[in-house]
Design a protein around this ligand. Structure first.
Ligand code: FAD
Length: 465
């Protein structure tokens, strides 16, 4: 029998975490295998970040066109071509998949198409279309990601009861859509389909949308969603979601303690993701797993020295940029460099109109740590740039330690704020005080001035408010 191929590093999963890890390991001179059972690019590229942001660009343009009279433009007979919007989404996705394929080849990475299991710490079994293969491995990086939710209260069929996977394949916009889950994924889809003309309900069990973020973010965002005509139902828990005999979807919920029934054409389950660790057959390796998530330290090491794990399969902040950063950290540690993931400065962004972006501690989290907290806020109503754009819904908020003035968190709602949050993250990485952040001269007129003013406002020195 032929001797198994051997590699310095095998990466399981070619999502954004996996292919970034593979490229970095190859840059560092390692012989790398990248194993993928489905499409290159994983969730982010095929069913997550990029398709949703492409459709959100359509939604944002539609919202603007509907307000075009305010800007002195008469736009009549505006028609939505759902098929074309979806085709544009597919074209964007495919172009970037090609780009990733090019990078994999350019870096000399051996791509293996098949499903991996990890029976021992130095071997991977791969089930391929043409048969089975075993490879010998010095180091493994698990980047198996996460899958769509499968809740006990609903049977997902991806036709009427959808997850983010099925909704991105629809052939036409539904007349009505109930979105279950008022966090980022749910709100983004609520906006897309509201803009495309669907009647949309958004059900959230917590008292605010965006419950994981600073409470001011949820409070302001609720207002903007309602303004658009999205029916936001807070303190509302879906108990059952079923296809009815008439072919609609019936939702039985409890809203603020009272029963609530909704009949809708489609429902979207957007209340969490589940890690894809089970099918890896990790038991014999001794890799520690908790609630399905692989346990790692800040170097992305698991409990087994030559096995690393990154991205959604490790839980925590399940974002593409975290998976990619984890991939670099894992590859560098394998190559003997000392590299760690800075969890404190990971941004959270939502790409609706307006955008939301946040980094670090919320005001409540800072208080819960027993700190004396000082806060500065600046409303976009007072921003010349926001007014010129016609986008005054939003604010900047800076949360500081009241004793040391160190910036602990920054929370922004407004146009393109996802592009600004990196500045706040850098300020936190450098342990800046609010005075330091506020003293940096920002171009005028920009939305970033709101961040500067909020930083000044912590010490009551804001000028424009
Ligand atoms: P994945 O991208 O899930 O990739 C894992 C890969 O591993 C998959 O391709 C899978 O097929 C493969 N795999 C799994 N098991 C095996 C196996 N046994 N053998 C071989 N291959 C295997 N994040 C952001 O930062 N910004 C956003 O705007 C954003 N928008 C999102 C919108 C939606 C609708 C969703 C669902 C997610 C969004 N995310 C966003 C989250 C982001 O997509 C994930 O955090 C990111 O994709 C995680 O990357 P990953 O590499 O860990 O896993």
């Amino acid at each position: 029998m032929a001797k198994p191929s051997s590699y310095d590093v095998a990466v399981v999963g070619a999502g954004i975490g996996g292919y970034v890890a593979a490229i970095r390991a190859a840059q560092l001179g390692k012989k790398v295998a990248l194993i993928e059972k489905d499409k290159i690019g994983g969730t982010c590229l095929n069913r997550g970040c990029i398709p949703t942001k492409t459709l959100l660009a359509t939604a944002s343009l539609l919202y603007k066109i509907r307000r075009s009279e305010d800007f002195g433009i008469h736009a009549e007979n505006v028609k939505i071509d759902f098929g074309k919007a979806m085709a544009r989404k597919d074209a964007v996705v495919n172009r970037h998949i090609e780009g990733v394929n090019f990078l994999i080849k350019k870096n000399g990475i051996h791509l293996i198409k098949g499903e991996a299991t990890i029976p021992t710490k130095n071997q991977i079994h791969i089930r391929k279309a043409e048969g089975k293969e075993t490879i010998d491995i010095e180091n493994i990086i698990i980047a198996a990601g996460s899958g769509e939710p499968s809740p006990s209260y609903a049977r997902v069929d991806e036709e009427k009861i959808l997850t983010s996977r099925g909704i991105l394949e629809l052939k036409e916009a539904p007349e009505s859509l109930a979105v279950i889950g008022g966090s980022i994924i749910g709100i983004e889809f609520a906006e897309i389909f509201n803009a495309l003309g669907s009647k949309v309900w958004l059900l959230e069990t917590a008292a605010n949308v965006l419950p994981a973020l600073d409470k001011d973010m949820g409070r302001i965002y609720q207002r903007t969603l309602k303004k658009k005509g999205i029916e936001v139902l807070l303190n509302t828990e879906a108990k059952s979601v079923e296809v009815t005999p008439s072919g609609k979807v019936g939702i039985k919920a409890v809203s603020k303690g009272a029963p609530l029934d909704i009949e809708t054409e489609k429902a979207l389950i957007a209340d969490g993701r589940r890690p894809l660790s089970e099918a890896l057959d990790l038991e014999k390796t001794g890799v520690q797993v908790k609630d399905g998530f692989i346990v790692v330290n800040e170097q992305m090491r698991t409990s087994v020295p030559n096995i690393y794990a990154i991205g959604d399969v490790t839980g925590g902040k399940m974002f593409a940029h975290v998976a990619a950063a984890g991939g670099i950290v894992a590859a560098e540690n394998i190559a003997g460099l000392k590299s760690t993931l800075d969890y404190k400065t990971i941004p959270t962004c939502m790409y609706c109109s307006p955008e939301a972006a946040s980094v670090g501690l919320s005001e409540d989290e800072a208080k819960a740590q027993g700190r004396n907290v000082a806060v500065g806020k600046f409303p976009l109503l007072a921003s010349g740039r926001a007014s010129s754009l016609g986008e005054e819904d939003g604010f900047a908020k800076v949360v500081c330690d009241g004793e040391t003035s160190e910036v602990l968190g920054v929370h922004l709602i407004g146009p393109n704020v996802a592009e600004i949050i990196g500045e706040a993250g850098l300020a936190m990485r450098l342990e800046c005080t609010n005075e330091e952040l506020g003293s940096l001269i920002h171009a005028h007129p920009t939305i970033s001035e709101a961040l500067m003013e909020a930083a000044k406002a912590v010490s009551k020195k804001a000028i424009q408010i």
